[in-house]
Ligand binder design. Structure first.
Ligand code: CP3
Length: 374
């Protein structure tokens, strides 16, 4: 009885303390007054204040591994723009770093691993790491939750097992994915071993973020779209699904929705939508109206403005935002979270983001007008 009372108290505190839950409700396809918005890579180099904090931290990893700095940059875009969610400041590559691959980011260059996986021996040595090596991420989550003070929900994230494996095998970004595809075609058993370990680690990692306070989670499958049909299902979606199935579905008395985003995955939409996630992220090549019909609104969608539209000037930004909202149309029994179709470019003028957010807020309420489920 006493235990029950304590539990109930926790639930109500958790639920009441969130002042804006429009994002979480849209992911669950519940009624909301307008289309919530956040942007992939909303905390990043297009903001001068981000560059200033990064310079103080000395390096990207210095920023990500210091919870106070990570919290500071997470909150920067929310101070400027009326966004409906915050995303943890970190990177998908902290996971292989914890596995001992030695991550670094040189200024002006992408990520690099000192010890990429190239031989059978490298792969055999790989293990699920001790999650305490990622304690700095969980600490950042709790500091951010405290500083957010319930203003908007916090999104936790990880890369998909395949996308993270791309960097682990290539050792850096790639134009042609030659090394990982060589492994896939010549020694699929080795790649499957990496993917199994990544899937297990990623599920534990996301659940630890949820326990630390992440209120929704997103899996970035940035490179699944480079795979051939059938190989995408075997080497990417299969493992993403394993992660989703192990996720904690409820915490602090509230559902913890999940989002899966496969860039270039539009042709596999029905299969991605049945992986168990609440929402599917879409890039700008997909028609939102057709996407809804293909899955009969069984999931919410997140997206899908071309990030380059932000370079077109104010009237183009407004027109392209309206095009996305019009394509989704009357929200009805569906769910829509406005976002870009991939991360924001570092060259984006911040004013264009202000215009985007303003247009979504002023134009979207008409699509939420039928008062259903309220
Ligand atoms: O979205 C956010 O604001 C949260 C933070 C975040 C970062 N990376 C910070 C970051 C998130 C969600 C990511 C995800 C990520 N990281 C992905 C998946 C999403 C996508 O873009 O496809 C991938 C593939 C990575 C790996 C990665 N990290 C690359 C390829 C690079 C270099 C390319 C680039 O954009 O510069 C990074 C570095 C990185 N991660 C930066 C930021 C803000 C810029 C680095 C810097 O400050 O020097």
């Amino acid at each position: 009885m006493h235990a029950l009372r304590v539990t109930l108290k926790r639930i109500s505190v958790g639920a009441i303390s969130l002042k804006n839950d429009v994002f979480l409700r849209a992911l669950k396809r519940e009624a909301v007054p307008y289309t919530p918005t956040w942007l992939m890579r909303q905390a990043g180099r297009y903001l001068p204040e981000y560059n200033a904090t990064r310079a103080r931290a000395g390096s990207f990893m210095g920023l990500a591994q210091n919870p106070a700095y990570a919290a500071e940059v997470t909150l920067q875009p929310l101070k400027r723009f009326n966004l409906d969610a915050a995303i943890l400041f970190s990177d998908i590559l902290t996971v292989p770093d914890a596995m001992g691959l030695g991550l670094s980011f040189a200024q002006g260059e992408g990520p690099r691993f000192a010890h990429p996986l190239r031989t059978e021996q490298d792969v055999n040595k790989l293990e699920v790491p001790d999650l305490s090596k990622l304690q700095y991420v969980f600490d950042a989550v709790s500091v951010i939750r405290t500083e957010l003070d319930g203003r908007v929900p916090l999104i936790g994230f990880a890369g998909s097992p395949f996308t993270v494996a791309c960097y682990m095998v290539e050792g850096k970004g790639s134009d042609d994915y030659r090394l990982i595809k060589s492994m896939l075609y010549a020694r699929p058993d080795l790649l499957h071993r990496i993917l199994q370990i990544n899937a297990q680690t990623t599920a534990q990692y996301l659940n630890a973020q949820i326990k630390a306070g992440a209120q929704a989670v997103m899996i970035f499958d940035s490179w699944g779209g480079v795979l051939a049909d059938q190989l995408f299902q075997q080497f990417s979606l299969h493992y993403t699904k394993q992660v989703v199935q192990q996720l904690i579905k409820e915490h602090e008395g509230r559902a913890v929705p999940s989002i899966v985003f496969t860039k270039g995955g539009g042709q596999w939409l029905e299969q991605i939508a049945s992986c168990g996630a609440d929402a599917v992220g879409l890039d700008w090549t997909v028609d939102l109206s057709g996407a809804r019909k293909r899955v009969a609104d069984s999931v919410a969608f997140q997206g899908n403005l071309d990030p380059m539209a932000l370079f077109g000037g104010e009237s183009a930004v407004r027109a392209e935002v309206r095009r996305v909202l019009d394509a989704f149309g009357e929200v009805g029994r569906g769910g829509h979270v406005f976002n870009l179709g991939h991360g924001i470019s570092q060259f984006t003028p911040p004013e264009a983001v202000a215009v985007l957010v303003d247009e979504v807020r002023s134009y979207s309420p008409q699509f939420h007008g039928d008062g259903r489920k309220s």
